[in-house]
Every structure is written in structure tokens, then in C-alpha cells.
Write a protein that binds this ligand. Structure first.
Ligand SMILES: [Zn+2]
Length: 253
């Protein structure tokens, strides 16, 4: 409800604009005045559009964040992942991805593990070298928290968050420092791992893709080479939860 005071203020503002408009009409030629009014309307519409767009993004984002863990299996589009990869994303069913990988390793004449390892390395190389992953992760951290010089661990955490937002599964990462040389080892646990969920011991293990992919990505972001091993695979137990450990390669400890 508008109070009498507010109504008076509103009348004063409208009155001021009325006087201003009359003065402008007297001193500025009509054509120019029309152009100014048209430009003002365009600017006003642009501001309204911008505000509505921000509200829309926020609503969708909070919706996806709230349901993030429930929708890991679904085709609901992920705003965060989409933003990080500059909207250059594809939504694909988990089963479709598993079929593609199964088909690829069935067709490979060599050892199937080489196909998954090669695939992991190829995609990691692309993200590191062509997509400039490290720089983009650091920028995201700076945009979110203002921290312009994040530590390697913070960058690795941010990378896990992006992977999670792209629906590869729910990522949990832990680090253990190794002495004072800045090196560390750690574990990455993925619940609802896209490559393991819905599969069991009768299916092939696809996680070698992640082993290779993580090895190259973490080595880059940590700043020292690591080796990666899968400690527990959800494919064996049918629960879709996999745990990977990473440690600096011996020569670098
Ligand atoms: Zn696994």
C-alpha cells in the first residue's frame, strides 16, 4: 500500500519530469527529442531484459543446485557446466555414453585398455592445451571468490566441481600433504559415477578412461606428475561408486 507521503513524492517526481519535458520540448527540435525518447526507451528495455535474464539464470541455477544430486541420472541441463564450457555442451544419456565406449573397446583390435587410456589422454590433452583448462579454472575461482592466485589444491577442487556440474558424478576429493615440498597425494571418490552406475561385474570396466584422464589433468593442475590408481570400482559392486587415488610419481617425491 502506498502511503500519503509516498504518493506526494511520486507526484513531485512526475511533476519534475513533466517540467523537464516541457523545457526540453521548447529548446530541442522535435526530431531530436523523438530520437532521445526512442533511445531512452531502447536503453530501458535493454536494462529490463538484462535484469529478467539474470533472474531467470538465478532461478534455474538454484533449481539445478537444489536437485543436483537427484538429477545426476536425468537429462536436465546443467547451467554451471554449460557456462564453464561456454555453452558448447551436449546432453547425452548415461547409457548412450556407456554404449559408445563399450562399442569402441569392442572394435579396438589392440588391448581394450589402450583404447580407454588413449581416449582419456586425448581428451585431457585437448582440455589442457587447446581449451586452456587451468587458466579458465583460475579465472572461475577469481570470479567467484576474488582470489587471483589460487593454490594448486584449490584449482583441483574447482576442476572437480566443474566435472560434477557436468554430471560425471558427485565428486569428493581429499588431499594429504607430503612433507614441505608442496607435493601432496589424494583420493577422488565419485558417487553415481556415469561410467559405473547401472553396471555390474558382468560388464566391462570403463573407469580406465578416468584413470588416464585424471592422471593427465591432475599432473597439470598440481604442477608435478602423478600416477592414478582405481582403488574401488562401483562396476564390481554395482553401486556406481568409485575411488581413485593419486600420488606423485616416484621420481618427483
Ligand atoms: Zn570404477
Amino acid at each position: 500500500m502506498m502511503t500519503q507521503k509516498n504518493v506526494n513524492r511520486f507526484s513531485v517526481i512526475v511533476g519534475i519530469f513533466g517540467v523537464l519535458f516541457t523545457v526540453l520540448q521548447a529548446v530541442i527540435p522535435e526530431t531530436i527529442l523523438q530520437i532521445i525518447i526512442a533511445l531512452s526507451i531502447i536503453v530501458l528495455l535493454a536494462i529490463v531484459f538484462f535484469i529478467l535474464r539474470r533472474i531467470y539464470d538465478k532461478v534455474i541455477e538454484s533449481f539445478t543446485n537444489t536437485l543436483r544430486h537427484q538429477i545426476l541420472d536425468s537429462k536436465v541441463f546443467c547451467m554451471e557446466g554449460k557456462r564453464f564450457y561456454e555453452r558448447d555442451c551436449l546432453v547425452i544419456r548415461r547409457n548412450t555414453l556407456q554404449f559408445i565406449l563399450d562399442y569402441l573397446i569392442e572394435q579396438s583390435k589392440d588391448d581394450s585398455s589402450k583404447t580407454l587410456e588413449g581416449l582419456g589422454k586425448t581428451i585431457a590433452d585437448y582440455l589442457i592445451n587447446d581449451y586452456d583448462l587451468e587458466k579458465k579454472l583460475k579465472k572461475k575461482i577469481e570470479d567467484n571468490s576474488g582470489n587471483a592466485t589460487p593454490s594448486p589444491k584449490e584449482v583441483i577442487r574447482q576442476w572437480c566441481s566443474v566435472e560434477e556440474n557436468c554430471h560425471w558424478g558427485k565428486f569428493d576429493i581429499t588431499f594429504t600433504d607430503l612433507g614441505n615440498n608442496g607435493k601432496f597425494r589424494g583420493t577422488v571418490t565419485i558417487k553415481n559415477n556415469v561410467l559405473a552406475k547401472g553396471r555390474n561385474s558382468e560388464n566391462k570396466q570403463l573407469c580406465l578412461y578416468f584413470v588416464s584422464y585424471f592422471k593427465h589433468i591432475i599432473s597439470k593442475l598440481a604442477g608435478f606428475p602423478v600416477c592414478v590408481e582405481e582403488k574401488n570400482c562401483g562396476t564390481k559392486f554395482g553401486d556406481g561408486e568409485c575411488t581413485f587415488s593419486f600420488t606423485p610419481t616416484e621420481s618427483t617425491i
